[in-house]
Ligand binder design. Structure first.
Ligand code: TRP
Length: 346
């Protein structure tokens, strides 16, 4: 730890003791309304973390431009839907800054500075680039992890809650922070991934749950839609009818019971194994429990949808708080690079 403490985001009254609070940033692409994979894989952690840290929740619209949906009409609506779901799931704009990446220009500025500190071969080697390079081969897509590093470092974040698939990107941010600090002078904390215990959330086809696979359970589904989607879930192919013994450990429906049914170990797994519990009943029970767990989120969602101006205000205030912190960090960056030509701190 350095002696320097970071300023609290504007708008939050930081008691002196809280100045030691560390900063966390995480980002999500604006894919629109969220599903239970996003909820269990990220949001629940974010909600927990907002009490202990300065939390910046960034909706990364610039990153979204790297993907295939460049239709400008959809972006705004996706951002709105996602913000509603963030708050419905419990992110509290009094405790954390929820904001849109492109509304804080400092991300783009630091991205450019960082792009000078990384070689092209390093970026070419990253598995996330290799996986998609045939579809997405823009200069911007190659620089995706550099922009992500800027997202993190522009708030001088210490920790970044992400899934395992993002570990290399956080390593990249850590490396860029170090490179900057040794090339110029120490400005950045060296951010680390905060890997949380995340339950595996499979989709209807037993692949990872994802909106793009259309195998997901969205938070904004009705109870009936949820039940219908759960009925369509892949199950153990060797268990064709009630009475056939099942293999819960291989069944995506059981993986979801592990999250939503407290008594799964006694009331689901054993009767599935013996064949006593058929898939139809098992799925109905899951639908009931999932619908019950989502009810408070759906209620808040419905309330927020009635107040779109409030939702946009939350994003505006979030961006203000974010700009305050990012602006201060970028001043230190310019000073370290001696690019504050008219500045006093030479
Ligand atoms: N790359 C992340 C993802 O696909 C999204 C992201 C962008 C992000 N910037 C970030 C995550 C900064 C954490 C921190 O999930």
């Amino acid at each position: 730890m350095t002696g320097k403490t970071d300023k609290a985001p504007a708008g939050q009254q930081a008691p002196v003791s809280a100045l030691k609070k560390q900063t966390i940033l995480s980002g999500m692409q604006p894919t629109g309304s969220l599903h239970i994979g996003n909820l269990e894989g990220a949001l629940r952690n974010w909600v927990r973390l907002q009490d202990e840290y300065w939390f910046f929740a960034c909706i990364v619209d610039l990153h979204a431009l790297t993907a295939d949906w460049k239709d400008p009409k959809v972006l705004k609506n996706r951002i709105f839907e996602m913000t509603v779901d963030f708050m419905a799931a419990g992110l509290d704009p009094e405790k954390c800054a929820i904001f849109i990446q492109s509304e804080v220009r400092e991300h783009a500025e630091l991205h450019l500075v960082f792009s000078m500190l990384v070689t092209v071969p390093t970026l070419l080697r990253l598995p996330t680039y290799q996986e998609k390079k045939d579809e997405l081969d823009s200069y911007g897509f190659l620089g995706y992890p550099v922009l992500q590093a800027a997202d993190i470092c522009v708030y001088n974040a210490h920790r970044v809650p992400v899934g395992k698939d993002q570990e290399k990107h956080i390593w990249m941010a850590n490396d860029l922070a170090k490179r900057f600090n040794t090339t110029y002078r120490k400005v950045f904390n060296e951010p680390e991934a905060l890997l949380c215990d995340i339950p595996l959330i499979p989709g209807a086809d037993n692949r990872k749950m994802s909106k793009s696979y259309d195998n997901h359970l969205p938070l904004d589904f009705t109870e009936q839609q949820t039940e219908k989607r759960i009925k369509s879930f892949f199950t153990d192919p060797t268990k064709i009818r009630k009475g056939d013994p099942g293999h819960p450990e291989k069944c995506p429906v059981y993986l979801l019971h592990r999250v939503y049914t407290a008594e799964h170990e006694t009331e689901i797994a054993p009767p599935c194994r013996t064949g006593e519990l058929g898939c139809v009943d098992c799925k109905l029970r899951l639908s009931r429990n999932l619908n019950e767990a989502l009810q408070p989120i759906r209620d808040r969602r419905a309330e927020l949808l009635k107040k779109p101006d409030y939702v946009w205000d939350v994003l505006a205030t979030g961006a203000e708080r974010a700009r305050e912190r990012a602006g201060a960090v970028m001043e230190r960056v310019r000073a370290a690079m001696k690019m504050d030509y008219r500045g006093k701190k030479a």
